[in-house]
Design a protein around this ligand. Structure first.
Ligand code: FES
Ligand code: FE2
Length: 360
């Protein structure tokens, strides 16, 4: 089955509408209009490698969800038993059914209760139905969408993911006490390398950002950034040929996907998909699938460690920015030429109708 068909089938599966019209999660930290816009987008909620026998509790856009494997299929449901409100993630899976830990009610793939153990002969009411969301496996992650009504909404593209000669790596997720948009902007910010990543790969003696161009594309925004900043970890920096100019190609797919391809010497490429999944307006779970066509038999633990270092350096900044949400009006913060990509990103978000108004 192609990924597109899979997404379509998953959408059809949830066509009954997993949430009632006008729904907002309890204690929603988003502006209601922003929430409705973001609910129509696809986000990753779990790494496939982390899914075990036990249902996993996750949160997306302030809504508690449960992700579980039922046979060969991954499912995403509201983490709420409609009987007495226990999280289904406290239960377990048997065959294709998820079982609630409180009174043993069993829910099938469409979310309908199939059995009430206290009344084995009673046909369960239609009201005993759990909201099911589409679940699509892509880039080693489980993706879902809370309001699958917009057929134009799509999972971000990652053209090199399946390319010949590339090794696929899905690094462990990182929890960040900051907003997804602030993290996104940090990922595409090129003036911070020398200051925030001077221990990982950059250099405080080389802070200059050459002027670069951005281009609006069908899917978002593209920046080709050429500089002398090596992408090798510091201890391998001698591998870069003298005077080598590094191309970093950023492709933003709003609201929260940024694709970075780094052109290493020769034909070596590293391509990273930065996916900050919005747990709430001020909390983010970052997923980072990546591919590379060099060191393909190398130790992935080294890649995990290098990424963990860089994302910890970034998180230390993103978690301290005020306001926590990204200010979308250009007049709300000051800018300089190196901020061109982030200004374009803010424009794309405004174009989607987002405001990121602060909600307490
Ligand atoms: S609360 Fe889930 S079965 Fe009663
Ligand atoms: Fe960074």
């Amino acid at each position: 089955m192609t990924a597109v068909t899979q997404a379509f089938d998953a959408r059809a599966q949830a066509s009954a509408g997993p949430l009632p019209p006008g729904f907002l999660p309890r204690d929603c930290t988003f502006d209601p209009t922003d929430w409705a816009i973001l609910a129509r987008q696809w986000f990753p909620v779990a790494r496939l490698a982390d899914l075990a026998d036990k249902p996993q509790a996750v949160t997306l856009l302030d809504l508690p969800l449960v992700v579980y494997r039922a046979g060969d299929t991954v499912r995403v449901a509201r983490d709420l038993c409609p009987h007495r409100g226990l999280p289904l993630s406290m239960g377990w899976v048997e065959g294709e059914e998820i079982v609630c830990a409180y009174h043993g009610l069993r829910y099938g793939p469409d979310g309908q209760c199939r059995k009430i153990p206290a009344h084995p002969d009673l046909e369960p009411s239609r009201r005993l139905k759990v909201g099911m969301f589409p679940a699509v496996e892509r880039y080693g992650l489980v993706w879902t969408c809370l309001d699958p009504s917009d057929e134009t909404a799509a999972i971000p593209s990652f053209p090199l993911w399946d390319a010949d000669g590339f090794q696929q790596i899905v690094t462990p997720f990182v929890d960040i006490a900051g907003s997804a948009a602030r993290q996104m902007e940090g990922f595409v910010d090129v003036a911070h390398f020398a200051w925030v990543h001077h221990e990982a790969f950059a250099d405080r003696e080389d802070p200059v950002v050459p002027i670069y161009d951005t281009k609006v594309t069908d899917t978002g925004l593209r920046t080709d950034y050429w500089s002398s900043v090596s992408n090798y970890p510091r201890h391998l920096r001698h591998l870069a040929p003298p005077d080598f100019r590094w191309l970093r190609r950023f492709e933003i797919q709003p609201p929260f996907a940024a694709h970075l391809t780094i052109f290493f010497p020769g034909e070596q490429r590293l391509s990273i998909l930065n996916l900050p999944s919005p747990v709430s307006a001020r909390k983010t779970r970052l997923f980072v699938p990546l591919v590379r066509n060099f060191d393909t038999t190398g130790d992935v633990e080294d890649v995990y460690a290098f990424n963990a270092q860089i994302f910890a350096e970034d998180a230390a900044v993103v978690e301290r920015q005020t306001p926590e949400e990204l200010p979308l009006e250009p007049s709300e913060e000051a800018h300089f030429p190196a901020d061109k990509t982030s200004l374009g990103y803010r424009r794309l978000l405004r174009g989607m109708g987002l405001t990121f108004r602060y909600v307490t």
